[in-house]
Design a protein around this ligand. Structure first.
Ligand SMILES: [Zn+2]
Ligand SMILES: [Zn+2]
Length: 241
């Protein structure tokens, strides 16, 4: 494991008193401190990918909430670890939110350290997608020191296990990205539990863990196979029963 600098980085955010953002560069590094040194290359070559990794790792995810709750749509995950009373000091009144919104926000809470490790893991995975750019030796060594050696083209959707192309980042339908950050267990935001996932696969998985999802799909297919649908000219693909 690399020894990291971990010096606090000055911030004007009102949430800095909860948790200082820490330099993730190697200890005794040259140059200024940086919280996301592993994203430096993407920040230049693919800024939207860098932004997505940073946002998905550190912020609660967006949902189509009503305007009253919209302000909390994206908030730092570690802020959601505070109690309702502590949040009041930051002008966040949880008691005004709908129970489903509260549940969603609380479920996405994660420690700062976990969020930073998730950002590193997502970067490591992005570099191993098909058609991904090559990281500089320094970035590669940094990520490999955190995880395992990188195998080009080995990153798959965590749900359907198809290979993922880096080009999918640039594709979006109705403003929504074609690949999203997914969780094998939707209630755990930790590096070992995250990966990239097709948008459709993420929607299909929903709130199930991967294991629950595969069991559910298996049961559906077993029922479909034992109860073939009646002759219907609109359903001609025999592979779909
Ligand atoms: Zn530093
Ligand atoms: Zn998939």
């Amino acid at each position: 494991m690399l020894e990291l600098c971990l010096k606090p980085i000055a911030s004007r955010s009102k949430y800095a008193q909860i948790q200082s953002r820490l330099c993730q560069c190697e200890k005794r590094h040259n140059g200024s401190c940086d919280e996301f040194p592993f994203l430096r290359e993407f920040k230049v070559s693919h800024p939207s990918v860098a932004k997505k990794i940073e946002r998905d790792a550190t912020m609660t995810t967006g949902a189509s909430w009503k305007s009253q709750d919209a302000g909390l749509n994206r908030i730092l995950r570690w802020v959601m670890l505070l109690s309702d009373d502590e949040l009041l000091d930051f002008g966040i009144n949880m008691s005004q939110l709908k129970p489903q919104v509260i549940a969603k926000l609380r479920e996405k809470a994660a420690s700062y350290v976990d969020c930073i490790e998730v950002a590193k893991k997502l970067t490591w995975l992005a570099y191993q997608m098909l058609d991904a750019p090559q990281p500089l030796a320094e970035t590669s060594a940094y990520l490999v020191a955190h995880f395992e050696p990188m195998i080009p083209g080995s990153t798959t959707c965590i749900v359907c296990r198809k290979s993922l192309s880096f080009n999918l980042f640039a594709e979006a339908r109705r403003g929504r990205a074609e690949i999203e950050t997914g969780h094998m267990n939707p209630r755990s935001h930790k590096a070992h539990n995250v990966g990239f996932v097709h948008r459709e696969c993420n929607i299909a998985q929903g709130q199930r863990t991967l294991q629950e999802f595969y069991s559910w799909i298996r049961e559906i297919l077993e029922r479909a196979e034992s109860n073939p649908i009646a002759r219907n000219p609109d359903v001609q693909n025999h592979e779909v029963y």
